[in-house]
Design a protein around this ligand. Structure first.
Ligand code: CO
Length: 206
């Protein structure tokens, strides 16, 4: 493999480096200890499991700085019991970082959720989204009365509720609760159109 040395110096990548230097300088100007404090440890109180969608940046929409939220994102914010990536994040967050709140954050207008109920295959992603399609089949009685965006938005909410249950049922969270560790799981849904987070009122804790 050949590395193109110009790639990082030109065009849109160069802009990122310029932005980064500006951000680092501004962060230091605001708080001279900012980076030295983060080097020594991270102690986030929250684990965020959200969608990869570029319009739902975890830290930004809840006003948290680096070091304050541990983040896992994938297409349509799924927590599957066979996903080593997500489960490893969950285990580290619960057992090592000892976060107090786990947030499953879906969002209205989720392309992954919409794609899950479209007909026809989209290749690999259809396999990933299959659990949402099954969820839609399970809730067909509710969803059939809704049309268009109302239907997908309701499915976005139902998907979050399902993922809250999935997190709560993992051995990781079950074991934590048996140990008496203080830990809550919450389901939220974010509005792309207004920037507002809705609490789906499905929080679980013991
Ligand atoms: Co999405």
């Amino acid at each position: 493999m050949q590395i193109d040395r110009n790639t990082l110096g030109d065009g849109q990548m160069a802009q990122l480096f310029a932005n980064n230097r500006e951000w680092a300088a501004a962060s230091l100007a605001r708080d001279p200890e900012f980076f030295s404090r983060l080097v020594s440890q991270q102690a986030p109180a929250y684990l965020w499991i959200g969608c990869s969608d570029s319009r739902v940046p975890a830290n930004e929409i809840v006003g948290l700085a680096p070091g304050e939220v541990f983040v896992h994102r994938n297409v349509a914010n799924l927590v599957l019991h066979s996903d080593m990536n997500c489960l490893s994040v969950l285990q580290y967050a619960v057992e090592v970082l000892k976060v107090r709140d786990i947030i499953i954050c879906g969002h209205y207008g989720c392309g992954g959720v919409a794609a899950s109920i479209q007909s026809g295959s989209m290749g690999l992603i259809s396999n990933w989204l299959r659990p949402i399609r099954e969820l839609a089949e399970f809730h067909a009685g509710t969803l059939e009365h809704l049309r268009g965006t109302a239907r997908t938005d309701r499915l976005c909410e139902l998907n979050v509720v399902k993922q809250v249950a999935n997190v709560a049922n993992t051995t990781i969270v079950q074991d934590a609760w048996h140990r008496g560790q203080k830990l809550s799981v919450h389901g939220l849904c974010y509005g792309l159109g207004d920037g507002i987070l809705r609490d789906l009122n499905v929080s679980v804790s013991v």
